[in-house]
Design a binder for this molecule. Structure first.
Ligand code: FAD
Length: 377
C-alpha cells in the first residue's frame, strides 16, 4: 500500500482487517503537511444533490469516523452540524433532501428567516433556502489519519517511511524499490498517491488528475463572542450562485475557517509555495465581510496552502491499472474525498483482493476524461 493519506491509510486498514499482511508506505508521515489529507479540518456532509452515491458513502463512512474518534484522546469528528444555503430552491437542494429522506436522515429544510433566527453569526441576505444536517460536521484531518495509522500499527499493520519507485511495464508488478536501496515484494499493490498520481503515472494519469492550488484562512472571532463556537455555529457552505465558499466555526481556538471552493492554478505538490497569496486572502475577506459582518476586521490567525487532486468531473478513481493486473490506483478526491476515506478504502481493498473489475462505472479509469468539467459538488 503506497501513500498514507486518507485513502491509502483506510485501504491498508481494511486489508489488515481482512487478515492480510499489509505494509503501508509513505515518503513522509501519514497526512503530512504537503499531502492533500494534511491540515486542520475537513467537512463531512451528506448533501450531494443528485449524486446520492456520495450521500450513502458519507453516511457509511461516518460510522467509521465515529468509531475512530472514540479511540482518540482528542476529537476526530466534531458533529456540530452542517448548513448549506442557496439563493433559491435549486435542484441540488431538493435532490439532497430527497436522498436524505430515502436514507432516513434527519436533515432539515430551512427558509431564510428560519436560518437567520437560528444562526445569527451569518447574514443571509439574498438567501432563500438551506439544508441543515445534524450529526455531520468537521473531521480533524491530520489527527484523524495519524490516529488511524497508529491504531493500524497497534493492531499488527506495518508502516514504513520510504520514498517509493516502481517500474511500469506490462504484466504483474513483482516488487517496488525504495530510495533507501531496499525492495519490497508483494502479491498486490495499491497506489493512493493523491496529487502525486499524475507525476508517477504520467502516461495513464498525467492528463486525467489535475492538482490545483487551494488556500484556506482562519480568523480570530471577537473576544468572548460565543456565536462562533462549535455547536453554536455550524459548518457551512454558501452556494453563492455557483461560486461556493465554505468554512467552520472556531474549532479548538484555531480561528474561524474560510475557503473558496474554486479550483486554483495547476501545481506540482513537491514544489508549490506554501505561503498564502494576498489575492486569495483579499477574496476571502471580501466574502467574509459581506456574509459574516461580525467578523469585519478580525485578525488572521493562520493560513494553509494545499492542493486538490481533481478528476475530470469530481468522481473518484478506484480501478485496476490496465497493464498491471495486480496494481490498483486510488485517488481523484477532487476536494471532497476526505469524508469518504473509510468507504474508498473498503472499495479499494475489495478490488485489490478480488482480482475482478471495477463494477461502479463512476470510479473506473475509463470514465476519467482529460478535460476538467466539475460535476460533483
Ligand atoms: C484545501 C482542501 C480542502 C478540502 N476540503 C475537504 C472537505 O471539506 N471535505 C472532504 O471530504 N474533502 C476535502 N478535501 C479533499 C480531501 O482532503 C482529499 O481528497 C483527500 O485528502 C485525498 O487523499 P489522498 O489519500 O488521495 O491523497 P494524499 O493525502 O495527498 O496522500 C497521498 C500520499 O502519497 C504519498 N506519496 C506520493 N508519492 C509517493 C511515493 N513515490 N512514495 C511514497 N509515498 C508517496 C504522499 O506523501 C502522500 O502522503 C479537501 C482538500 C483540500 C486540499
Amino acid at each position: 500500500m503506497i501513500g498514507a493519506g486518507v485513502f491509502g491509510s483506510w485501504t491498508a486498514e481494511h486489508l489488515r482487517r481482512a487478515g492480510h499482511q499489509v505494509t503501508l508506505l509513505d515518503m513522509e508521515g501519514p497526512a503530512h503537511n504537503r499531502a492533500s489529507s494534511g491540515g486542520e479540518s475537513r467537512m463531512t456532509r451528506g448533501a450531494y444533490g443528485k449524486d446520492a452515491i456520495y450521500t450513502r458513502m458519507a453516511l457509511d463512512s461516518l460510522k467509521e469516523w465515529k468509531a475512530l474518534s472514540a479511540t482518540a484522546g482528542l476529537p476526530i469528528l466534531i458533529p456540530n452540524g452542517v448548513l448549506f444555503f442557496f439563493p433559491e430552491e435549486q435542484a441540488y437542494l431538493t435532490d439532497s433532501i430527497a436522498a436524505h429522506r430515502a436514507l432516513g436522515l434527519p436533515s432539515e429544510l430551512l427558509d431564510g428567516p428560519a436560518m437567520a433566527r437560528r444562526f445569527p453569526m451569518i447574514d443571509f441576505s439574498g438567501v432563500r433556502a438551506g439544508i441543515f444536517e445534524p450529526g455531520f460536521g468537521a473531521l480533524m484531518a491530520s489527527r484523524a489519519v495519524q490516529t488511524l495509522v497508529r491504531n493500524y500499527v497497534a493492531a499488527g499493520g506495518e508502516f514504513r517511511h520510504e520514498l517509493t519507485h516502481f517500474p511500469q511495464h506490462g504484466g504483474p508488478l513483482k516488487s517496488i524499490q525504495f530510495a533507501s536501496g531496499s525492495t519490497l515484494e508483494a502479491d498486490a499493490f495499491v497506489f493512493a498517491l493523491g496529487p502525486w498520481l499524475p507525476k508517477h503515472f504520467p502516461d495513464l494519469l498525467g492528463s486525467r488528475i489535475f492538482a490545483t492550488r487551494q488556500e484556506i484562512f482562519y480568523f480570530a472571532p471577537p473576544e468572548g463572542d460565543r456565536r462562533f463556537l462549535p455547536y453554536v455555529m455550524p459548518g457551512w457552505a454558501d452556494f453563492n450562485a455557483g461560486d461556493m465558499y465554505y468554512g467552520f466555526p472556531d474549532l479548538e481556538a484555531r480561528g474561524v475557517k474560510f475557503a473558496h471552493d474554486k479550483h486554483g492554478v495547476a501545481v506540482d505538490p513537491d514544489i508549490q509555495s506554501r505561503e498564502h497569496t494576498q489575492a486569495a486572502l483579499d477574496e476571502v475577506i471580501a466574502f467574509r465581510d459581506r456574509r459574516f459582518p461580525l467578523l469585519r476586521g478580525a485578525p488572521l490567525t493562520g493560513a494553509e496552502v494545499c492542493q486538490y487532486e481533481n478528476s475530470s468531473n469530481g468522481d473518484f478513481l478506484i480501478d485496476r491499472h490496465p497493464a498491471m493486473p495486480n496494481v490498483v490506483l486510488v485517488g481523484g478526491g477532487s476536494g471532497h474525498g476526505f469524508k469518504h476515506g473509510p468507504e474508498v478504502g473498503r472499495l479499494a481493498a475489495e478490488l485489490a483482493l478480488s482480482g475482478g473489475v471495477q463494477s461502479e462505472p463512476r470510479f473506473s479509469l475509463a470514465t476519467k476524461g482529460d478535460t476538467q468539467h466539475r460535476e460533483v459538488h
